[in-house]
Design a protein around this ligand. Structure first.
Ligand SMILES: O=C(O)CCC(=O)C(=O)O
Ligand SMILES: [Fe+2]
Length: 321
């Protein structure tokens, strides 16, 4: 197994039941065998992607002092700029060779969860770049809608009600992230990695990657295989919350990014995660006498905060304070 499946999801934008079922079967198989696949036939235009890449290049090229005006480590709710080495995804390797911009659902100061200082809730912190905020806020909503379309298809194979995820993804904690990987300058990729080997924390991740390459996925035989850029697609993968929800019927697969040699790389993952209070509890169709629930029940917020603390020194300090 060395080739990730490519699934055309365009039938999900019509109401032909046969088309929906066919896509649902393909997604179900890819989730069980790989936890990773590509999608094509989605509604995000190449013009939009071009605007986002331009914006990302403009932002990451700003002087450090300008970017640090929205330093993520100065927030309680995890929004803004993460400088190089803020994250360490693989505890056995040096910190990651990448810089990031994170945003979430914009909640106004008077929202009850913001007033109550609930973790991960609040307003976005955008850089002062013309057109940036409108572009990013719209893209966030469009990626959330795309993620929910995929989740709706997944309910068919999981044997749960059609709106199971929709009802749990109201006011989600989903994150849209832009990443810049500076080039490595030595032929060896063993030292500092772009992104160390990790599994994602959330339910489902939709990743746009530019043409530089470097993403690798560990297959069930334990080999690292390339997930090369394919024009017009997103790479989709499942995170640990979905593995728990599905009692490991669906795989949360390790992946990493080898820093590009001689070129910059830009990527944009969207991490779809439900409302913070959502109970992550084995789905009824994923358990029986031979497969009892493997994981204790948790909530989305509780689970995410524990994983953030593993990855970010600043979150450990914040949670200890
Ligand atoms: O940049 C990429 O291609 C992957 C990034 C990633 O795996 C992550 O941020 O979780
Ligand atoms: Fe990841």
């Amino acid at each position: 197994m060395n080739q990730l499946p490519i699934i055309d999801i365009s039938p999900l934008y019509g109401d032909d039941a046969h088309g929906w079922n066919s896509v649902a079967q393909q997604i179900d198989r890819a989730c069980r065998e790989w936890g990773f696949f590509y999608i094509k036939g989605h509604p995000i235009t190449s013009a939009r992607i071009g605007q986002l890449l331009d914006a990302a290049r403009q932002f990451f090229a700003l002087p450090a002092a300008e970017k640090l005006k929205i330093d993520i480590t100065q927030t309680r709710h995890h929004r803004g700029y993460g400088a190089i080495a803020t994250e360490q995804l693989d505890p056995n390797k040096p910190s990651d060779l990448k810089e990031t911009f994170d945003m979430g659902l914009h909640l106004p100061a008077e929202h009850p969860e913001v007033l109550a200082e609930k973790p991960l809730r609040g307003s976005n912190r955008h850089p002062d770049i013309a057109g940036w905020e409108t572009l990013m806020e719209q893209h966030y909503l469009d990626m959330q809608a795309l993620a929910q379309t995929l989740l709706r298809a997944m309910t068919l194979a999981l044997g749960i009600e059609r709106d199971f995820f929709d009802s749990r993804f109201k006011e989600p904690v989903s994150v849209l992230r832009l990443i810049h990987y500076p080039p490595r300058h030595t032929a060896s990729s063993d030292e500092q990695q772009g992104a160390g080997a990790h599994t994602d924390y959330g339910c489902i991740t939709l990743l746009y990657q530019d043409s530089a390459g470097g993403l690798q996925v560990r297959n069930v035989q334990g080999q690292w295989i390339d997930a090369p850029p394919i024009e017009g697609t997103f790479v989709v993968n499942l995170g640990d919350m979905m593995a728990r929800w599905s009692n490991d019927r669906y795989l949360s697969t390790p992946h990493r990014v080898i820093s590009p040699l001689g070129v910059d790389r830009y990527s944009m993952p969207f991490f779809a995660e439900p409302h913070p209070d959502t109970r992550i509890e084995c789905l009824p169709g994923c358990q029986d006498a031979e497969h009892p629930p493997k994981y204790p029940v948790t909530t989305c917020a509780e689970f995410l905060l524990s994983r953030f603390a593993d990855t970010y020194a600043y979150r450990r300090e914040l949670q200890a304070s």
